[in-house]
Design a binder for this molecule. Structure first.
Ligand code: FAD
Length: 550
């Protein structure tokens, strides 16, 4: 229920934990797929401090769980990205004497028992992990707490994903917000130093870097067990695709920080589309006038353009925790050179707008934690539960493959297939098109994005889909339906984006690129639109206005 969500139950289980376990022989940090980094990692930092206090070695554990990936619609791209990052982590953790032991387990329902068996095998006194906010994961961790307690092992599950922990941003009467703007106004003060306080004392304070005492006799052999090359059932079979994705999304914390620096300190010259290493262009034009000319400086005005390189492209790194949201916020403080070090979340600076986007990520995770039914196939606004959807496999497939006959929708869907990532404005446009123009259930789109994207994050993906479907917290009103053709003119005024991803239209110049006349489309072998937008719009409004009606 909303009043006793699993997130709160986990916090209670942690509170009721073993407080002073026997010293044991080790401390364990259980790394999961959303915290793949060493720096500013709270559970890891706490585990490291505990192992130093106990004078015992620290071990990092990672359990591959294919059944979880199936249950959460994880695709091969995301799993491949995870494994590439785990390989980097294995090496960098070994540099600070921490073995990363990667193993796998099935069935998923016995994972808590499996974790406990490892804790006992290594005679661990403590287990540390960062909280995952998905319902199944919370329930699993509650069970781990219970089992550990029975064996007199201490467990800590801590907030790391969000800048401010879910449950901390509340209304005056202690309830969660469901509208973004007042939530943002309540979120910001948590990041604002009180007078005389260390500017980073609020939530953005970095966690300490970990280190460990190296005790060969206990964990020595674990240093040499390699990270598997693939997880069965999730291998990227196509070698070209594997290479393309590793070019688009280089692995490791260093890469993530370079991509952040590129966004903060360099100018965008042209759109980087397709299989381009984001860092290959890293040398381009450091600028002396950061607030004005950098990508972040221009973000306020051009972030909705898709024919230029306008956003940070950090989402895969944030979703897998390769960089933390706090690190991003801190970097903006350093950038602004503001002596008071107050986080800028204003609407009229590039930095401010970007911080607001990072805040959206927190917002949707707070919603998932406090209203978990959104992730269980329910609309947040129950009044839309009865909206009548079309069952049209042909239309759904055409949407997935980028063959709808609407150039901007097709370009975006093909960008998703090519890069495992899509620009935000295009996610909104393609989602709105599926739901309102094709009248296909948003849950099918949500699943497809999750499977396709390297940055799949349940909270943000669900939030984005329910926004587009008008069923979510603070959604687009159901009658405000995007016209894909005008979205196209605004987001891709040059047409370069469409020309790049839809080669059939590569030679079309001028405004026709946005909506090619039927004779031209036929000549170029480009499909005619699946539906007529104006008619589809009327149908959507009718069905939303009176759920249940056809
Ligand atoms: P930037 O513009 O540089 O923003 C910086 C960071 O802020 C992003 O990396 C992301 O972590 C966060 N952010 C930005 N916009 C949003 C937003 N609207 N909601 C939540 N966080 C945001 N984002 C995901 O990370 N994973 C998803 O699975 C995901 N699914 C989405 C599905 C739909 C239908 C929609 C409309 C949006 C979805 N988003 C998702 C949000 C957004 O589209 C991406 O975060 C953004 O496109 C990533 O590009 P960027 O890193 O260049 O973003």
């Amino acid at each position: 229920t909303d009043s006793d969500p699993p997130f709160k139950q986990l916090l209670s289980a942690v509170m009721a934990n073993v407080k002073n376990p026997p010293r044991g022989d080790s401390v364990i940090y259980w790394m999961r797929m959303q915290d793949l980094r060493i720096t500013d990692n709270r559970a890891l930092a706490q585990a490291s401090a505990q192992s130093q206090e106990n004078n015992v070695p620290l071990l990092a554990l990672f359990v591959l769980s294919p059944q979880d990936y199936i249950a959460h619609d994880r695709g091969a791209r995301r799993i491949d990205f995870m494994l590439r990052n785990l390989r980097e982590l294995k090496a960098s953790l070994a540099d600070v004497n921490i073995p990363l032991y990667v193993t796998s387990h099935a069935p998923r329902r016995t994972l808590p028992e499996f974790i406990l068996s490892l804790l006992k095998k290594w005679n661990a006194s403590h287990l540390f992990a960062n909280i995952e906010h998905e319902v199944d994961e919370l329930r699993r961790d509650i069970r781990v707490c219970q089992l550990a307690k029975e064996s007199n092992i201490a467990c800590a599950f801590v907030n790391d994903k969000c800048v401010i922990a879910p449950g901390e941003v509340t209304t005056k009467d202690g309830r969660g917000y469901t509208v973004y703007s007042p939530w943002l106004r309540a979120w910001l003060p948590h990041l604002t130093p009180k007078s005389g306080e260390d500017p980073l004392a609020a939530a953005a304070r970095p966690a300490a870097n970990p280190k460990s005492i190296y005790q060969n006799k206990i964990f020595g052999e674990l240093f040499s067990i390699p990270v598997p090359e693939e997880v069965e059932g999730f291998a990227l079979e196509d070698a070209d695709e594997k290479e393309r994705l590793s070019i688009c999304w280089p692995a490791g914390e260093d890469a993530a920080h370079k991509i952040l620096e590129r966004f903060l300190y360099t100018m965008a010259r042209y759109a980087q589309l397709g299989a381009v290493d984001p860092l290959s262009e890293g040398a381009d034009s450091p600028t002396k006038n950061p607030e004005k000319n950098t990508r972040i400086g221009k973000y306020k005005d051009v972030r909705d353009r898709v024919d230029a390189d306008t956003t940070s492209r950090l989402s895969p790194y944030l979703a897998s925790g390769i960089i933390s949201a706090r690190q991003c916020i801190r970097a903006t403080l350093e950038l602004s050179g503001n002596k008071n070090q107050v986080v800028d979340a204003s609407r009229d600076t590039g930095v401010g707008r970007w911080v607001q986007e990072i805040a959206w990520r927190d917002f949707y995770t707070h919603i998932l934690a406090l209203y978990p039914r959104v992730s269980m196939g329910r609309p947040f606004l129950e009044k839309f539960a009865g909206v009548k959807w079309e069952t049209n496999e042909e239309h759904l497939q055409a949407w997935k493959e980028g063959r709808t006959g609407v150039p901007i929708v097709d370009a975006a869907m093909r960008q998703g297939l090519t890069m495992g990532w899509m620009h935000n404005r295009m996610r909104m446009t393609t989602a709105m098109y599926l739901v309102k123009d094709l009248m296909i259930d948003w849950r099918l789109g949500e699943k497809h994005f999750m499977e396709m994207f390297v940055d799949g994050d349940l909270a943000s993906n669900n939030g984005g889909w329910q926004w587009s479907a008008s069923t979510g917290v603070d959604p687009a009103p159901y009658f405000r339906i995007f016209n894909p053709y005008s979205q196209s003119q605004k987001a891709d005024p040059t047409g370069d984006y469409i020309r790049y991803f839809v080669p059939e239209l590569a030679k079309v110049r001028g405004p026709e690129i946005h909506n090619p006349p039927p004779t031209l489309a036929d000549k170029l072998g480009y499909p005619r639109p699946l539906v007529e937008h104006a008619e589809a719009r009327q149908r959507a409004i009718r069905r939303y206005k009176t759920p249940g009606q056809v």
